[in-house]
Write a protein that binds this ligand. Structure first.
Ligand SMILES: [Zn+2]
Length: 198
């Protein structure tokens, strides 16, 4: 039986006990760094989420261009009923107000969250799921309700998803079985009727 769910990664896992949502293989989206490149939306069958997409105040084309492309992907997510995986750097308030304004039906994952509890609370209030990797703010990790937490390796080449689960289980005082069960439940909530990837 598969043990770990990696909610966002750029690498196909070598381990048999990992279910991974691999960026580009299982999802489709335009990264904010590439928001000025031309794109055509491909056939999305077989893709379970839209992303990673988002806003980056430090890198990529202008915020205006990034926001336009992000909004196209929000619309695509709503149309196709696939959730969004979001990259957000130095654009926190902008992302929050977009979600409040747009009131999307689909779930949004704020991936690789490293912010403080105050930011976490704003995300939770706005209905986000929050992605945590090996590097995170410890207080935020402890403050996040388990049912809104999604664990991920992203581009981490040093820590496996198993190590991240171990780390989180330890910090939250949970046994591995219950953490794995929670993540499976979160997958079902986030991906609604989508069967678990094989
Ligand atoms: Zn990523």
């Amino acid at each position: 039986m598969k043990k770990y769910i990696d909610f966002h990664t750029h690498q196909v896992p070598a381990d048999q006990d990992v279910v991974a949502v691999v960026d580009g293989r299982d999802t489709w989206g335009i990264h904010p760094w590439k928001a000025d490149e031309e794109f055509v939306v491909p056939d999305l069958s077989g893709k379970i989420a839209i992303g990673e997409c988002g806003l980056d105040g430090l890198r990529g084309p202008s915020m205006e261009v990034q926001e336009k492309v992000f909004l196209q992907q929000v619309a695509l997510s709503e149309e196709t009923e696939k959730p969004l995986i979001i990259h957000c750097v130095k654009a926190f308030d902008q992302l929050l107000s977009l979600r409040k304004e747009l009131k999307p039906k689909q779930s949004w994952m704020f991936h690789s969250f490293r912010g403080k509890p105050r930011q976490l609370l704003s995300l939770l209030d706005a209905g986000f799921f929050v992605g945590f990797g090996f590097t995170h703010n410890e207080e935020s990790l402890r403050a996040c309700p388990i049912e809104r937490m999604l664990l991920e390796t992203d581009a981490d080449e040093l820590h496996s998803i198993g190590e991240i689960y171990n780390n989180v289980a330890h910090k939250r005082g949970l046994c591995m079985t219950s953490l794995c069960e929670s993540m499976l439940e979160n997958y079902r909530t986030f991906y609604k009727n989508e069967p678990l990837l094989t």
